[in-house]
Ligand binder design. Structure first.
Ligand SMILES: O=C(O)CCC(=O)C(=O)O
Length: 308
């Protein structure tokens, strides 16, 4: 059965307009590098998302791509379940994303993580992810200081991480503005699960209720931490960047285009031509048209008074 065409933002602008970024939120994000959005997911959405994550994880366990009791991460899942696809233009978070980055954006990266309770024989401190800024060689090859933002991620916490020790996401507030050493000698690296006994003094666990979204600047130094609870932590991360940034994951999204509205297609990376990512036509960036229709004739208004 062919899936129904998603009606999209044009059908319900008020749902998005209710969540425009406030000046207080913008200031917090600019200064601290992150922003909490409580209740970004309804209970029903959260349950659907947990179901979708569990199904993919169980498939991976069945075919040997995941190991029982071990951390598992996965990408290229947007077509697997509508609940996962619907996060691409979620009314509670997308207005904050365009409010920070503007309208020439798309989803360049998405990954999910399932982190079970640590094994009883786990070493002290095992289960940290190496502290990192996102985007690998971007942090080596860009010459300015601080490095530019370029992208941000929205983390959705599906399970209860309201207390530390539950495999929490960790951040160093404000660290996005101070460049720190990156391993210049290496060709490249993605952060690895590791034993880390040197948690920085300014590190903070992100303790949030299930259904909270956390926006963070890609430059914010961050990590994942050991899970000493009896709750398996489940989280999703959606990365938005400018349309001229290349995708970071395998993303089989073109097959979804014919059931998406134009804005969702933009957010999934559609372009009229390659140059349309750098020099967009109206058809490349329907999000801009939506902002003009709903917020006034200058779409930069969507980013707030500083841009007006
Ligand atoms: O799973 C986590 O808490 C960390 C995720 C992360 O490091 C990332 O999105 O780059």
């Amino acid at each position: 059965m062919k899936a129904l065409l998603h009606k999209g933002m044009a059908a319900a602008p008020e749902k998005y307009l209710a969540h425009l970024i406030t000046e207080e939120e913008r200031t917090h994000f600019e200064e601290q590098g992150y922003l909490y959005i409580p209740n970004a997911l309804s209970t029903e959405m959260r349950e659907q998302l947990i179901n979708a994550v569990d199904t993919l994880h169980n498939n991976a366990l069945a075919n040997g791509r995941a190991t029982p009791g071990s951390h598992w991460g996965w990408s290229d899942f947007l077509g697997a379940d509508d609940a996962l696809l619907n996060l691409v233009d979620l009314p509670t978070t997308l207005p904050k994303v365009w409010g920070i980055l503007g309208w020439n954006i798309y989803l360049y990266h998405a990954h999910m993580h399932v982190k079970p309770p640590a094994a009883s024989d786990a070493e002290e401190g095992e289960g940290w992810l190496e502290w990192h800024q996102d985007s690998g060689r971007v942090n080596i090859e860009l010459e300015t200081n601080p490095r530019p933002r370029l992208s941000l991620k929205v983390g959705y916490f599906l399970t209860d991480v309201s207390e530390p020790g539950r495999g929490n996401f960790y951040i160093r507030p404000g660290s996005h503005l101070s460049d720190m050493d990156v391993p210049l000698a290496e060709i490249a690296r993605d952060p690895r699960e590791a034993t880390a006994d040197d948690v920085p003094d300014d590190a903070m666990p992100v303790c949030v209720e299930p259904g909270t979204a956390v926006l963070f600047d890609r430059r914010l130094w961050h990590s994942r931490s050991p899970n000493h609870s009896n709750i398996t932590r489940k989280a999703l991360f959606y990365g938005y960047g400018y349309r001229w940034i290349r995708p970071k994951d395998e993303m089989s999204v073109e097959v979804l285009y014919d059931r998406c509205d134009p804005i969702r297609r933009q957010l999934l990376g559609a372009a009229t031509r390659n140059n349309g990512r750098y020099v967009p036509s109206e058809d490349d960036v329907p999000l801009r048209g939506w902002l003009i229709d709903n917020l006034g004739d200058n779409p930069a208004y969507a980013m707030g008074p500083r841009h007006a």
